[in-house]
Design a protein around this ligand. Structure first.
Ligand SMILES: [Zn+2]
Length: 408
């Protein structure tokens, strides 16, 4: 795995420490007895681990004993995470944008910034992304050594364990040693977690929605942007787990021998419903002299998703038809995903769903195409698009890796 620093928990870290810490993290404030029940561990094991976590400055006892307990003194006090015990940085690089955020141990964002230049070169992207770090730390009054982990994410196929980008076909990036490059560009000596940017967002959601997901052990996250992906997040044995599989549903074939996709195949979902596909179809409509409201908004420039949504909301019928086509394919794809991996909750995140009518249509198409015989009880929730979800997700991943490996 990564270079592990265990300064505060040196010698005491074990798999049970991680389980205890994650239980306090995701379910706290929580009493020791409840942790023991949930994890099926002995009270002695819980006590040893909680004491080590308190000594390490990560966990505290709540001041007031729980009113419902019949006061056996100290032991009845719930324990919880100390929010500012640690700090993390998340960075996302995409060709058209780089974002950074600084978050504390419980995921409160202390600082966020973005750089919107369009850059296709890998080295230049890395330099710009990592170049935002010093300003971010200065703004938070933190030094590089105060950071307990950096999370770094990008589109494409990423080998999380190795810290390498295998490939990002649309940019022609291949075999990039991302972790080593981040280390060289920042001089940071602590843990660096590298992940695909949709998977990083799933970690961000797991953190942000920890109350909602308390007793739900899996979810899927359907993310529509320039590409489309849907990672499955799976918890095991009451312990918050991780992503399973690549979730590259964007290359699910929706139309055999259909439209050419950026991957080289034909008929992939992305060729119909990604933001790139929607923008391309709108541009073609404008070139034919259609989509009057969108043309008025764009003034000769290529449309953005914001322009397209604005035109649809203003009642542009040509844009409406294009959006309907894209949403229809997405609805069929979501039904296929749910038939395959019926998660308890599916989060749906895409600019198109800023239009209420598109949400309604999507849900109708999903329910028309779900297999009735399966009686799926999947709940669908729309996520509000957030400029910083990638950087925040990358920081959440770094937090998750700290909780898992003890590398604070
Ligand atoms: Zn494809």
């Amino acid at each position: 795995m990564q270079s592990v620093q265990r300064s505060v928990l040196s010698g005491t870290w074990s798999a049970s420490t991680s389980e205890v810490l994650k239980t306090i993290y995701y379910r706290g404030p929580i009493k020791r007895a409840e942790i023991a029940d949930l994890l099926g561990l002995t009270k002695a094991t819980i006590t040893t681990n909680v004491n080590a976590l308190i000594a390490a400055g990560l966990v505290k006892e709540e001041q007031k004993p729980d009113a419902a307990s019949n006061s056996l003194g100290r032991k009845a006090r719930p324990v919880s995470i100390i929010p500012d015990a640690k700090h993390y940085v998340g960075i996302e690089i995409r060709g058209f944008k780089r974002t950074i955020s600084v978050r504390n141990l419980i995921g409160e964002t202390l600082y966020a910034d973005q750089d919107n230049r369009l850059v296709h070169d890998y080295d230049e992207n890395m330099k710009l992304g990592c170049g935002m770090l010093q300003t971010a730390l200065d703004a938070c009054g933190l030094a590089l050594d105060d950071i307990s982990g950096i999370g770094f994410c990008m589109p494409g196929v990423v080998n999380h364990a190795a810290g390498i980008l295998d490939t990002l076909p649309s940019f022609g990036w291949r075999d990039k040693p991302v972790r080593d490059d981040v280390r060289a560009l920042t001089g940071y000596r602590g843990p660096i977690s590298v992940e695909n940017n949709t998977c990083a967002r799933a970690y961000g959601l797991r953190l942000a929605q920890r109350e909602l997901l308390k007793d739900i052990h899996n979810f899927t996250y359907f993310f529509i942007s320039r590409g489309i992906a849907c990672p499955l997040f799976l918890d095991t044995n009451n312990v918050v787990g991780s992503i399973v599989g690549a979730g590259e549903v964007g290359h699910m074939i929706m139309q055999p021998n259909g439209l050419l996709c950026s991957c080289g195949n034909r008929g992939c979902l992305e060729a119909y419903s990604s933001d790139v596909a929607v923008i391309r179809r709108c541009q073609e409509a404008m070139d034919r002299g259609e989509a009057p409201k969108l043309r008025a908004l764009c003034q000769g420039r290529q449309p953005t998703m914001q322009n397209i949504i604005a035109a649809q909301l203003e009642g542009d019928q040509d844009v409406q038809r294009i959006a309907e086509d894209a949403v229809y394919m997405l609805g069929v794809a979501v039904a296929n995903v749910v038939n395959f991996a019926s998660s308890r909750i599916m989060f749906i995140d895409g600019m198109l769903f800023g239009v209420p009518g598109n949400r309604e249509q999507l849900l109708n198409v999903i329910h028309t195409n779900l297999c009735n015989a399966l009686h799926s009880d999947t709940e669908f929730r729309f996520v509000e698009p957030d400029d910083y979800s990638g950087a925040n997700g990358a920081a959440a991943l770094a937090i998750h890796d700290s909780l898992t490996y003890g590398n604070f």
